[in-house]
Design a protein around this ligand. Structure first.
Ligand code: NAD
Length: 252
């Protein structure tokens, strides 16, 4: 149990994968969790409640302004406010890997829509509540791929570079409201989506462990303590940062 006052935290894409690992860990620390996802949000929130935690699920597409407004309303109705947003929903695990000149305009725009418009929409929807909180936390889930310049996924790499830039810009805008804005950059992680789409075999050993100080596969559990720190009261003087959690693959 944490010693600080628990927060109400929305995690987008929280029904499965890295997002669910985040939700479970934050719930175990005593935070109130709102899982927002295209599918499976109610079931995953139900699992948390069965374990004695405070959680609700909201079906929401982060691309839809209407959906994310309803997400923010549901969180405030259930828990009386919102203290944190984790922009975790993203298109990655289902992407076909291909040279950049074979990526269609539609594929490019779709990745940008979910991975950059989504976090923008969600941040706007929760902003009034985060301001009222007086200790707001916004954490964007980026990636190490824009640092490494990973090949064969240029749309995804560009989208996550944008997430890091967005994080820095919002940090400057929102500090006056006592809202911190940071990013976590995971390395290649064996999430549910990765395993279901066999991405770990499609992407090759190069992305999995080459260049990592710690020579093993990364799993969602490797990421959760970094998020707990960034949403915690102890991180109130940390903003605009991107924390790489990747076994020492890149040094920022
Ligand atoms: N797995 C990795 O190797 C890795 C590495 C670096 C960064 N990331 C990032 O971490 C995040 C989670 O990745 P993951 O591997 O757990 O993915 P995943 O595919 O396993 O899970 C993604 C979740 O997001 C949800 N989602 C997708 N589009 C959505 C939308 N439009 N609205 C609401 N929810 C939506 C899905 O339903 C799913 O529950 C993503 O932002 C991803 O880019 C992943």
């Amino acid at each position: 149990m944490i010693t600080e006052v628990p927060k109400t935290i929305i995690v987008t894409g929280g029904a499965s994968g890295i997002g669910y690992a985040f939700c479970e860990h934050l719930a175990e620390l005593g935070h109130r969790i709102v899982i927002a996802d295209l599918r499976g949000a109610d079931e995953s929130a139900g699992k948390l409640r069965s374990a004695g935690h405070k959680a609700i699920g909201v079906t929401a597409d982060v691309v839809s302004e209407t959906d994310v407004a309803a997400m923010a309303d549901a969180a405030q109705q259930e828990f009386g406010g919102i203290d944190g947003l984790v922009n975790n929903a993203g298109l990655f695990t289902t992407l076909a890997l291909k040279p950049f000149d074979q990526i269609t305009n539609q594929e490019w725009m779709r990745v940008m829509e979910v991975n950059t418009l989504g976090p923008f929409n969600c941040a706007k929807a929760v902003l009034p509540a985060l301001r009222r909180s007086g200790r707001g936390r916004l954490v964007n889930i980026a990636s190490t791929v824009p640092i490494k310049g990973a090949p064969n996924m240029a749309h995804y790499v560009a989208s996550k570079g944008a997430v890091i830039a967005f994080t820095r810009s919002l940090a400057r805008e929102l500090a006056k409201d006592k809202i911190t804005v940071n990013a976590i950059a995971p390395g290649f992680t064996l999430s549910d989506g990765v395993l279901q789409s066999d991405l770990q075999n499609r992407i090759g050993d190069n992305a999995r462990t080459t260049g990592r100080c710690i020579q093993r596969d990364q799993v969602p559990a490797d990421l959760v303590s970094a998020l707990a720190y960034l949403v915690g009261d102890g991180a109130s003087f940390v903003t605009g940062q991107t924390l790489a959690v990747d076994g020492g693959g890149v040094f920022l």
